[in-house]
Design a protein around this ligand. Structure first.
Ligand SMILES: C[S@@+](CC[C@H](N)C(=O)[O-])C[C@H]1O[C@@H](n2cnc3c(N)ncnc32)[C@H](O)[C@@H]1O
Length: 276
């Protein structure tokens, strides 16, 4: 395991109770229709899943794999709304523990499970064994997205679908915007973000056909207004430095992230590809 991968694992282990307590069973952005949408964060997070699922033409998988599944929030959504069975992989044993507990409590543990595995290695599934590969906000942590796309191709059955929600690099941006984006990448323990075109290129190189893309940045930025307000609560401000340099840099980067969206240094994208 590389040093960065180890730090990512430590981050999600250490902060798992906080993420879960403050943010619920999804560890990803929310989607708000417009400025007057009054959805709370949990509803908005669920909406992001619905938007990605809709963009893909509402696939009804028999079996699925969720890469970087967190507490299995997406798996739960699929288990409740479709007949899917499946597996999620995460780097974090603590996320797995909380996620498996949730799945058991919801009576879904016989249909969907969570396993600890590094998505940068071979994925723990046979070739052509799933109809859907789902990946929400994990590919940013992966060093080699071509490996990610190749593994997606390998485990997907012909006709199967890859759905990705990702933080993207903005294009044609100034040096100052690049520096802002790099602050976010470092604070969030990510490898340099890819552009939409980079992802499409990785998919095509792996033999996947990109079918749909959608940039939804204005719908998701409110996420960071909420995170910044949480971070700035006196108790959390006091606690954060106690968790060490990485957590301090992580919370510090919230403001940069909000600005990066505003200034076009970053975008938020949904992508769909098919294995022919
Ligand atoms: C921002 S969270 C998203 C979690 C989940 N997809 C969701 O939307 O709720 C990022 C997730 O990626 C996982 N992750 C990061 N690097 C990984 C790797 N190399 N292999 C497997 N999972 C990884 C983390 O453990 C975490 O669960």
């Amino acid at each position: 395991m590389t040093t960065l991968t180890r730090r990512i694992q430590t981050h999600y282990n250490l902060l798992a109770p906080f993420y879960y307590g403050l943010w619920g069973r999804h560890v990803h952005h929310g989607y708000w229709t417009d400025a007057v949408d009054t959805s709370d964060q949990a509803a908005a997070q669920e909406r992001l899943i619905v938007e990605l699922h809709s963009l893909a033409g509402r696939p009804q998988p028999g079996r699925m794999l969720d890469v970087g599944c967190g507490y299995g929030g997406s798996l739960q959504w699929f288990a409740k709304n479709t007949a899917a069975q499946g597996l999620g992989i995460t780097l974090s044993p603590v996320q797995r523990l909380i996620g498996q507990f949730n799945l058991r409590r919801a009576g879904l543990h016989n249909r969907v499970q969570i396993q600890v595995a590094d998505a940068q290695q071979a994925w723990p599934l046979p070739a052509q064994s799933v109809d859907l590969v789902w990946c929400v906000e994990c590919s940013e942590h992966l060093a080699d997205r071509l490996h990610f796309a190749r593994e997606a191709w390998r485990v997907l059955r012909p006709g199967g679908t890859l759905c990705v929600a990702a933080w993207l690099a903005g294009t044609h941006i100034s040096a100052a915007a690049v520096a802002l984006r790099q602050k976010v990448e470092q604070g969030m323990l990510c490898h340099p973000f890819g552009t939409l075109a980079d992802y499409q290129q990785w998919f095509e190189s792996a033999g996947l056909q990109p079918t749909q893309t959608r940039i939804i940045t204005p719908h998701v930025t409110r996420t960071w207004d909420i995170c910044i307000a949480l971070r700035d609560q006196p108790l959390l401000r006091w606690i954060a430095p106690l968790f060490g340099r990485d957590v301090q840099a992580f919370t510090d980067s919230f403001t940069a992230l909000r600005r990066a969206y505003e200034e076009g240094a970053m975008e938020y994208g949904l992508l769909v590809a098919t294995r022919m």
